[in-house]
Design a protein around this ligand. Structure first.
Ligand SMILES: Cc1cc2nc3c(=O)[nH]c(=O)nc-3n(C[C@H](O)[C@H](O)[C@H](O)COP(=O)(O)O)c2cc1C
Length: 163
């Protein structure tokens, strides 16, 4: 099995590196996909953008056996079932991993534009709940939620699969 990851700002890559070390598996950036043999099983990790696991489309024709999506929400939003449905992952193990983000001022391009719009829209809503308030704080000030403990379900699954 090989680990393939898509990571824009490094948080998903950190999870890929932890898994690579713990499971003794090679990890590859999805940008280097041509180096991944088509017959290898792939554990795929991608950062999430507006509910979509990034880079997954590039994996067509590869043997992806499980998927991890990293986002800033405490759990997959709006729900794990909905994230699976939106990404077409009903028949494959999916693990949500809490990642992180850099402060908004450090972002560039479309990502910055999209998140700025999100913050603006949220602030117009006077009745923000705790989760929404937290989301705004995280976007403005940055956050690192990467934690080895979050990998326990993935490790359990992978160890069974490899043995
Ligand atoms: C434009 C944009 C949209 C995002 N959409 C979501 C989302 O829908 N759900 C979520 O949990 N996180 C979302 N995030 C947060 C990232 O998925 C999260 O920060 C991720 O851990 C970043 O991983 P990376 O450092 O490997 O790129 C979004 C980030 C950006 C910049």
């Amino acid at each position: 099995m090989i680990i393939v990851y898509a990571s824009k700002t490094g948080f998903t890559k950190k999870y890929a590196a932890m898994l690579s070390e713990k499971l003794g598996l090679t990890m590859m950036d999805v940008k280097e996909l041509s180096k991944v043999p088509k017959e290898s099983e792939v554990l795929y990790l991608g950062w999430m953008k507006v509910g979509k696991v990034q880079g997954l489309r590039k994996m067509k024709g590869y043997k992806v056996v499980a998927i991890c999506g990293s986002g800033t929400g405490r759990s997959a939003e709006p729900s794990e079932e909905e994230v699976k449905r939106r990404n077409g992952l009903e028949n494959i193990p999916f693990f949500y991993l809490r990642g992180g983000c850099r402060p908004l001022r450090d972002l560039k391009g479309m990502d910055k534009v999209m998140l700025s719009m999100f913050v603006k829209a949220m602030r117009k809503n006077a009745e923000m709940d705790e989760r929404q308030k937290e989301a705004v704080e995280i976007i403005l000030h940055g956050f690192d939620g990467v934690n080895e403990e979050n990998l326990i379900p993935v490790l359990e699954w992978a160890e069974k699969r490899i043995s």
